[in-house]
Design a protein around this ligand. Structure first.
Ligand code: ADP
Ligand code: MG
Length: 328
């Protein structure tokens, strides 16, 4: 088994294109934001300034808009007031998130904040919540109109499933206005592979340490996100309950999936779809993936890997105890 060092669950290796001039060395930086490690690398004349602009922007949208921990972030203010005028940025992200919610038939839901808190308490108290604890939390829905959001009376916004992807989208906009030819932006389980040529992405082994990979996906520049049951969650009475919930029950889905990796043309979409597909399962995800022009790799607890047809020729398995199947 090969070993790689970065902490994130998806690892990226850059293969720079051959060029007839000596290109400047890649700039790298890392910092903490969005409850995770953010790693940046870029190649180009203004790489250093570009990385610093990306860092400022990610820290800004985390602190001022998305953070659930900071009482003065836009999300926290919305959650405490129930309704408030929205910034144009947040409005746009909520609009796309609610579209994904609809297209996934409710498997994706950005208003599960109370369910998340209930599971955090369950972990602290070591007591498994009964289905009736979720009854009042699984009905209702959000609506956006006239620049405002409604439907938050019994719900809390939780953008945990899209924040990291949004950070990758924002980084992408900055890179487009830079002179960087290639860059990699890694925000926890969401990654932007920017520029021409191919990139190799190592996908974390679901049963082994954070530094072990199960296979390598070769891809053109795109956004790639992974949601894994090993990533975050609570242990109650020796059983593991991952941090992804089926909005129809309040419990983690019981479909045997341990990780889902999605490639898409937008960070928000790849991040949201990795969570949504985790709930929907490999077969049930096909229409959603198709609608967004996205592809996925599903890994289950029977050592089976199901990949979208487009990704299959570019996925190299590294652990022969697993079998790869192609989703038609
Ligand atoms: P990570 O945060 O590790 O990158 P994900 O992108 O899959 O993982 O997001 C998981 C987070 O999304 C959870 O911590 C929770 O905040 C939120 N969440 C859980 N279940 C759902 C769901 N069905 N739809 C939308 N968001 C969810
Ligand atoms: Mg996600």
């Amino acid at each position: 088994m090969r070993k790689f060092s970065p902490l994130a669950c998806v690892f990226v290796f850059l293969f720079f294109l051959p060029s007839c001039f000596v290109s400047p060395p890649a700039e790298e930086s890392s910092f903490l934001a969005m409850d995770t490690l953010v790693s940046l690398s870029a190649e180009g004349r203004d790489a250093k300034e570009t990385l610093s602009r990306i860092e400022d922007r990610i820290k800004l949208i985390d602190g001022a808009i998305l953070s659930a921990h900071r009482p003065d972030s836009e999300i926290s203010r919305l959650n405490s007031s129930g309704s408030a005028p929205l910034s144009p940025e947040l409005y746009g992200w909520l609009e796309t998130s609610l579209e994904i919610q609809k297209k996934s038939s409710g498997a994706f839901d950005i208003s599960l904040g109370k369910i998340k808190l209930l599971w955090e308490d369950a972990g602290k108290n070591q007591s498994l919540p009964l289905p009736k604890a979720f009854e009042s939390l699984i009905s209702g829905g959000l609506q956006l109109s006239d620049g405002k959001i409604s439907g938050l009376d019994n719900r809390l916004l939780d953008l945990g499933a899209v924040g990291k992807g949004i950070a990758c989208d924002e980084a992408g906009k900055i890179l487009q206005n830079s002179r960087c030819a290639r860059a990699v932006v890694s925000v926890g389980g969401s990654i932007l592979l920017y520029g021409g040529g191919n990139f190799k992405v190592g996908i974390r082994h679901p049963e082994k340490g954070a530094q072990e990979i199960i296979g390598v996906l070769e891809t053109y520049g795109a956004f790639v996100s992974t949601s894994g049951s090993y990533e975050r969650g609570v242990e109650i009475g020796g059983a593991w309950y991952p941090h992804i919930f089926d909005p129809k029950t309040g419990y983690p889905p019981e479909n045997g999936l341990v990780s889902v990796t999605v490639r898409a043309g937008s960070g928000l979409v790849s991040d949201a779809l990795s969570t949504a597909c985790f709930v929907l399962g490999a077969e049930g995800s096909a229409p959603l993936l198709k609608f967004y022009g996205a592809q996925a790799i599903f890994i289950n607890d029977k050592k089976e890997i199901y990949t979208s047809e487009e990704l299959a020729p570019y996925f190299a398995l590294e652990d022969n105890a697993y079998s790869v199947f192609i989703l038609k």
